[in-house]
Design a protein around this ligand. Structure first.
Ligand SMILES: Cc1cc2nc3c(=O)[nH]c(=O)nc-3n(C[C@H](O)[C@H](O)[C@H](O)COP(=O)(O)OP(=O)(O)OC[C@H]3O[C@@H](n4cnc5c(N)ncnc54)[C@H](O)[C@@H]3O)c2cc1C
Length: 507
């Protein structure tokens, strides 16, 4: 007999898996449908020359005992299963600039963060204290960020309308310190004319609280969650791409896959990029308001990314327990705009942490912005489970050229790489588009804009009564951001008070 699921979840990224776990634990019959061979979405890893590389998660914040993500992960039953490496207490991130020999350090713990940067900016101690307080204060406006469950959301949107660049400039007039505080803004694809201060604050605060690398890659988070989900009776189907919704009256009664197969359900939660909604309702125009779909189609995406991964000769390059963010100039809030004329205007470089090589790194990764237009000539080729069309020699040559250009930049800061690279592997916005399912390979989904915050904030509940949304476009991106988005999507199926009490009291 055909199975009817209580809830079908589209996508096995972190938000989809968390929804599936919570709802299975609460007794619902749940199935996750994932289009890829591997679960995890941005948590996926891949292997080259027997080295493990992360697609999308290089470090995680807020996992110290009692911090928010620690508590969420305890509730999910995965906290103790994770192999993590605490990053350098004195410098989880280091920030550098082309014409400046100093490397600026961001330390873990708010006090340490302030004291350490105060040593590099002795006149700015007061400003740094103010900055540290300001980012914590704005994070407190979002009750689930610190799991402040008895607190209500503010009744105005004023806190969403503060510009990050301007707010930092109002705290310190030192242009170098301003550049340092925004110098790792690849973390949220920062743009001076758009980025809200709350986004900057939520991301930075979580790493200042505590920063951790996943040893042997972030896919362990997805694997642990899948085990937990299965224990609760949930099901995951891989290589099942949702193509369309089938309706009965006002509600979705089934999801149809690209294979034509249909799975019946009472509710759907989608973690796929919201632009896919137009595809899912394509034969049922009017199910979602045209204005809503147009708004989603028209919302600016965050920049896309080019990643280069280099495998190293054994015992040559030491593992570095910090990330390094490089900026060509102090104009850190315009790196996306300036990228085409000065590629790469900024980059992130790091050594992944593996259990097999405690002192030396066995690989090196770097990423920098890349406009989708740079790869649009190959845009009609797809590299997906159901449709593999190789992009050809010209694409491979393009990737090689870019990886080599980036390497020239890396050699300046990491001369120890010279002569020690075995192979390089690159991915472009097309790789992200195809593996994650975000239309232009955008890094973090929709761009948040302080000038029009509500336009880019999608509600969990849609106009289709039994369709909800979750994931990085609903709340914010990042491991903590999408964890909160999953909790939000489950409230209603589960009593809010009960769920939050269970999360807070998990051990
Ligand atoms: C390069 C990069 C680096 C990052 N680094 C960090 C970091 O260091 N720390 C951090 O905290 N965050 C980081 N992030 C952000 C973080 O990884 C993401 O915000 C988060 O993992 C997104 O989770 P999600 O559940 O919203 O969706 P996703 O991970 O995007 O998952 C969506 C899933 O849905 C599937 N899907 C899509 N369409 C369909 C369909 N039609 N049918 C079936 N399945 C479908 C996709 O295949 C995918 O598996 C990074 C992101 C990127 C891209």
């Amino acid at each position: 007999m055909e199975t009817t699921y209580d809830i079908i979840i589209i996508g096995s990224g972190l938000s989809g898996l968390i929804c599936a776990y919570i709802l299975s634990k609460e007794g619902y019959k749940v199935a996750v449908l994932e289009k890829n061979k591997q679960v995890g979405g941005c948590l996926q890893t891949f292997v080259r020359d027997r080295r493990i590389f992360d697609v999308g998660v290089h470090y995680i914040g807020g996992l110290e005992e009692g911090q928010s993500l620690d508590q969420y992960f305890k509730y999910l039953g995965i906290r103790d299963t994770l192999k993590l490496q605490r990053m350098d207490m004195d410098a989880f991130d280091t920030i550098g600039f082309e014409e400046d020999d100093t490397t600026y350090k961001m330390a873990q713990g708010h006090e340490r963060f302030v004291d350490s940067l105060s040593q590099q900016f002795p006149k700015e101690h007061h400003a740094l204290k103010k900055y540290s307080q300001a980012i914590q204060d704005i994070c407190h406006k979002f009750p689930l960020y610190f799991l402040e469950t008895n607190k209500a959301y503010p009744d105005t949107y004023k806190h969403l309308e503060i510009n990050a660049q301007a707010e930092i400039a109002s705290i310190t007039s030192d242009p170098k310190l301003q550049a340092v505080l925004g110098g790792n803004n690849i973390l949220y694809a920062g743009r001076g004319s758009a980025t809200p201060f709350y986004l900057h604050a939520m991301v930075l605060n979580s790493y200042i609280e505590s920063s951790w690398r996943c040893v042997d890659g972030g896919s362990q988070i997805a694997r642990s969650l899948v085990k937990q989900l299965r224990k609760e009776g949930g099901t995951i189907f891989k290589q099942k791409e949702v193509d369309e919704f089938v309706f009965d009256g006002a509600n979705i009664k089934a999801v149809q896959l690209t294979t034509g197969e249909k799975l019946t359900c009472k509710h759907v939660i989608s973690s796929a990029h919201p632009q896919q909604l137009s595809r899912f309702v394509r034969n049922e125009s009017g199910r979602l308001r045209k204005a809503y779909l147009n708004r989603i189609q028209g919302t600016k995406a965050t920049s896309a990314i080019f990643s280069a991964h280099y495998t190293l000769k054994p015992n040559t390059v030491k593992y570095i327990n910090s990330n390094y963010y490089h900026n060509k100039t102090d104009d850190v809030w315009n790196t996306i705009e300036n990228n085409h004329k000065n590629w790469p205007s900024t980059y992130l470089a790091l050594t992944p942490k593996t259990s097999g090589s405690p002192i030396y790194a066995d690989s090196f990764s770097a990423m920098c912005y890349m406009d989708y237009d740079e790869v649009k000539d190959w845009g009609n080729s797809f590299n997906t489970v159901s449709n593999e069309s190789p992009r050809g020699a010209s694409y491979e040559a393009f990737k090689e050229e870019k990886a080599s250009l980036l390497l020239d930049q890396l050699y300046k800061r990491f001369p120890e790489l010279k002569g020690n690279i075995v192979n390089s592997y690159a991915s472009t916005p097309l790789s992200f588009r195809d593996y994650i399912g975000c239309p232009t390979g955008s890094l973090y989904g929709f761009e948040r804009n302080y000038q029009d915050p509500m336009r880019t904030a999608l509600a969990v509940q849609t106009r289709i009564p039994n369709l909800r949304l979750t994931g990085q476009n609903v709340n914010i991106h990042g491991i903590l951001g999408v964890t909160v988005s999953a909790v939000l999507a489950c409230i209603g199926f589960v009593d809010r008070e009960k769920l939050l009490t269970d999360i807070i009291s998990a051990t």
